[in-house]
Design a binder for this molecule. Sequence first.
Ligand code: PLP
Length: 387
Amino acid sequence: MAERSYFDWNATTPLRPEVTTALADALAVIGNPSSVHAEGRAARKLVERAREQVAQLVGAQPADVIFTGSGTEANMLALTPAIEIAGETRPREKLLMSAIEHSSVRAGGRFPRAAIVDVPVGVDGRVDLVALGTAVSSASRPLVSLMLANNESGVVQPVAEAAAIVHAAGGLLHVDAVQAAGRISVDIAALGADLLTLSAHKIGGLKGVGAVVRASEDIHFSDPLIRGGGQERGARAGTENVAGIVAFGAAAEAAHRQFADEAAHMRALRDLIEEGIRAISPQAIVFGDAAERLPNTTLFAMAGVKAETAVIAFDLDDVAVSSGAACSSGKVQPSHVLAAMGVSPQLLRAAVRVSLGWTSTKADVERFLGAWRKLASALSKEPGIAA
Ligand code: PLP
C-alpha cells in the first residue's frame, strides 16, 4: 500500500508503542481479577495499576474511576436520573445538554425524551452561558452534560464557568472529555466536573474501553447499566477487560507525560494546514477559529465542495480525513454541530474535518495540501464556481 497520511485522529488513534508493550505483557496474565489465587491477584494488580494511571491523567482518585466498555457506555452510565450524592437519593428530573454534544450524549442516557432540555451555542461554537443560567434556574437540581471539547470543531467549552452556574443552582455537571484528554489539560477538580467520561481509543489505547470518573466517592449510581457480579464497586458488572484496561492505563500514562510536547507538535502542524488552506483557497472557512480549540483539529469548508466528494478525493490521494463526525460518516447527514452554530445549509454539507496526532509529520501536511490544491483547482474550473 502506498504511504498514507492519516488525519482522522478524532475518530480513533493508533496504539502508542508503550501500549503495545503493556498489552503483550497483559495478555500473558491468565487470571480473573475477582479470583483470590495468585493468577487472579496478578490480574487484579494490573487493573488497579491502570486505574491509578487513568486517575492521574485527570487528577482524580483511583477509587473514583469506573471502567466501562466504551466512551458511549460511560455516557450512558453517567446520564441517569438515579445519581446519589452524599446520601441524597431523590432522582434528577431534568437533563440539560448543549446542542453540540456527541450523539452518545444527545441520546439522553436513561432520561425520558421529555426530560431533556437543549442549551444553544453561539456562532463561535461555545455554549451560551446566559442560556445555560436561565435553563438551570428553571429546572430543579438538574443534571447537566457539557463536553470539554467538540469532536467536530475542536472548540473548547467554558466548562469551569458552566460548573459554577450549574452548582449554584443545585445541579450536577457531567463532562464528556473524550476528545480533550491527552490534547489539553483535563483536571476534574479545576473543571468543577462531578462526572467525567473518557475513551481509551482516543488517547492511544484500544477501542471498546472507556471510563466514568467521579469527583468524589460520595457519588453513586443506584441503577447501574449492567448488573451482575458487582465488579467496579457495583457500578459496572462483568469480568473486567483486563488487557483493554491495561492498554488504557498505559495510554493514559503516556498521554499525561507527553501531552504538552504532543500538543505543541500538533498545533504547529495544524497551523501550517490552516495557513495552507487559506493560501490555496482564500474563500475557505475554518469553523470555530474565533474560540479556543483543540490543538489537533481543523474543521473547514469551501462553498461548492461536497464533503463526501472531498473525502473520496483525499482518500484517492492517500490522505484520510473525515466529513464531520466519524459515527455519522457513511450516512450522509449534515452536522448538528455546525447547524447549532448557525452555519448555512450549503456550507454544512461541505465541512471536512482534519485531525492530527502525535505521529503526524510535516510530510503529511504537505501531502494534504497537495491534495487540497488539486481538488480546489479542479473545482475552480467547474462552471459556476468561483476560484
Ligand atoms: N464522546 C465524544 C465527544 C466522542 O467523540 C466519542 C467518539 O467519537 C464518544 C463520546 C464515544 O466514545 P466511544 O467511541 O469510545 O464509544
